[in-house]
Design a protein around this ligand. Structure first.
Ligand SMILES: O=P(O)(O)OC[C@H]1O[C@H](O[C@H]2O[C@H](CO)[C@@H](O)[C@H](O)[C@H]2O)[C@H](O)[C@@H](O)[C@@H]1O
Ligand code: MG
Length: 264
């Protein structure tokens, strides 16, 4: 899988961060732990899950920032862990995938989510049913499955009804997770907030104040944890509803500019 390289706009030096929440990272790098969502936060949203573009400088900026933070930088995403590493090669950051249902800690230990045969079969049936809806995309994420209607917004109700039906069939070990023009079935223990708490119980995150940055409803649980633990929570873009985030940054491009300036 290759990702389009998307050079950042222009060669001008990025404007210095004017968001206090992020300025703290450079003032007190030994005090903070950074938790970053991926889609809609580090990366611009794209028409399809595969069409995302990773600016070539981004992995290196994240690695430099991670070094400044003593390694206390983790990715917290709805993507599968296996999908994340190629995006940010050659680096393997600590990462929580499937909205926290799987996690690789800073020591490289991977806690996978189970994929029962019945769930495997259900994903096959979902993909079969989705063929009747041109433009609807089924994303098999291992222990989760996402049905996207970004290219067929008129199918929102059909997708929601079908996924609710499949959730009943899947049983109590699974939950429905809504996102941006997507409905997912994920393991019931998936929680970005719990993933952040787990990272904070381990080196090199323990004892640090969490700064959580995300763009979607699934990030709200990690905003809550950051707020509760005396950290900071930052929402990217304009939320469609209420948010627990206490600060905001207008776009992924502006966040990348700030991270690049901090990583200098
Ligand atoms: O938690 P995140 O890292 O933000 O991941 C959330 C979901 O992101 C992806 O879907 C979203 O981004 C796609 C690419 O920009 C877009 O086409 C789609 O409409 C968005 O919902 C990913 O495909 C999902 O698996 C993630 O859960
Ligand atoms: Mg996101």
């Amino acid at each position: 899988m290759t990702y389009k390289e998307q050079p950042e706009q222009g060669e001008a030096e990025p404007a210095p961060p004017n968001e206090p929440a992020l300025t703290a990272l450079s003032l007190y790098p030994q005090e903070w732990a950074l938790f970053l969502d991926i889609d809609g936060t580090l990366l611009d949203l794209a028409e399809t899950p595969e069409a995302i573009a990773v600016p070539p400088s981004l992995p290196f900026a994240l690695q430099a920032l991670s070094r400044q933070l003593g390694g206390a930088l983790a990715l917290v995403t709805g993507r599968a862990v296996a999908f994340v590493d190629p995006l940010f090669a050659p680096f393997h950051f600590p990462v929580a995938g499937l909205h926290g249902a799987e996690r690789r800690d800073a020591a490289g230990r991977l806690r996978r989510a189970l994929i029962p045969p019945a769930f495997q079969e259900m994903k096959r049936v979902i993909a079969e049913e989705a063929k009747a809806w041109p433009g609807v995309l089924v994303e098999d994420k291992g222990a989760a499955v996402a049905v996207h209607y970004r290219l067929a917004p008129e199918r929102e109700a059909d997708v929601a009804e079908a996924m609710q039906r499949y959730l009943q069939e899947a049983g109590p070990d699974w939950i429905l997770q809504h996102g941006k023009l997507v409905v997912e079935i994920c393991p019931a223990h998936a929680s970005k907030g719990h993933a952040v708490e787990a990272f904070l119980s381990e080196a090199p995150f323990a004892g640090r104040r969490p700064l959580a940055i995300g763009d979607d409803v699934t990030d709200e649980t990690m905003f809550a944890v950051a707020n509760r633990l005396g950290g900071q929570s930052v929402r990217i873009g304009t939320p469609s509803g209420k948010t627990l985030a206490r600060a905001s940054i207008p776009s992924p491009a502006r966040l990348r500019e700030i991270l690049a300036a901090l990583a200098k």
